[in-house]
Design a protein around this ligand. Sequence first.
Ligand SMILES: [Fe+2]
Ligand SMILES: [Fe+2]
Length: 194
Amino acid sequence: MELATFPAITSMIRMDHTHVMAAFHRYHAQTPWWRKRAIVELACTALEIHAQLEEEIFYPALSEAMAGDERFTKSKPEHDKMREDIATLRSMGPEDAAYDALFMQLMREVMHHVADEETVLLPTAERALASQLSDLGMRMTKRRMQLVAQNRPGAIAANTAGTFPLASFALMSIGALALAHCLRPAFARRGYRA
Ligand SMILES: [Fe+2]
Ligand SMILES: [Fe+2]
């Protein structure tokens, strides 16, 4: 019997991008302030976890195939700029006049970054790393579970519900993981063994 293979890391990265874009599309100038805060917190936490996963697992695997390529080497500095914008947003409140403009700026930067990844980095990985994509996907999933557990999963679950009030958690990867973490029995969360 053949063992089922794990989904490719490139498919997981595309799915993360889709989820962040879905959160972005919920944000409008007229959105109530409490929902703006939930959308921004969810999108920022998802982006931070996604960027860390790419930097720890995906970019190192791709570094040989794209050595010296500016479309690859600019990726980490773009993540750093995104982290700066996130820190500034967290120091402000949704009632601040500059809040909308800064979040829209973050959205533009992320959309540009995602377009480069989806049209250059991911297709390159699928050609150069074909035999490793599933193993890399498994490593990314394990690490994602650790990072969600470290990032206040209760807040992620609440922000997912505030951002997507009518959507299924199953559609939202970090929201679903965070909810699953919160629903684990208390003894399991504390690391007790049977
Ligand atoms: Fe990235
Ligand atoms: Fe990405």
